[in-house]
Write a protein that binds this ligand. Sequence first.
Ligand SMILES: [Zn+2]
Length: 243
Amino acid sequence: MYVTKIPSPVGNLLLASDGQTLTGLWLEGQKYFAATLDGDAAEQPELPVFRQTAEWLDAYFRKEPLPALPLLSLRGSTFRQAVWKLLLEIPYGQTTTYGELARRLRENGIPAAPQAVGGAVGHNPISILIPCHRVLGTDGSLTGYAGGVETKRFLLELENSVNGGYPCPCCGCRTFPVPTAAALAYICPVCMWENDLFTASDDEPSDENHGLTLNQGRENFKTLGVCDSRLARYARKPLPEEL
Ligand SMILES: [Zn+2]
């Protein structure tokens, strides 16, 4: 076992290798830190796989085109490995949910409850490269990240600033600078969706000023171009890159 430590915008990272492949990458102080690391690991910063990983991370944090991932070795139960493989398929800048991952596993004949998926995601041994930060709660919340919710938000915002926006829950235009659940009192400039007016739950009535549900807001958007007809003169059309 070999290790090295490299600095990053989200703090020091500990990398582990068997000499050929990357076997671990942890944020200093994270939950399950170095969980799969053997006792006697030697510092070896010159290992080619460490250099390759550092180059990948450098490009990632500079928002440059990403080189190929280094070879990864994943040690864990068959179930966890299946979850980690799915994580690798989540495209850059996009998110999924624990429930959606569980559904995809079941489609592949693997029985999976969202909680079990959450456990496997939390034990991801190679942070950032295996993008467990792209998994949100079913309501879009930034729930549970072994490296801390602030780090998760940082990584999602970094990817989002390259990709250009999270989809508005009502009109679907990519007008949100952060995931919806993290956008406090944000108003979509296209359809006027406002998280003060429409709660995350699709059919829950919103506050007393407007009394609409999110589904009613979406219906209004389809017919009127805005969630609330009284706001029509403030809304603008989506820009091409938002669609
Ligand atoms: Zn909108």
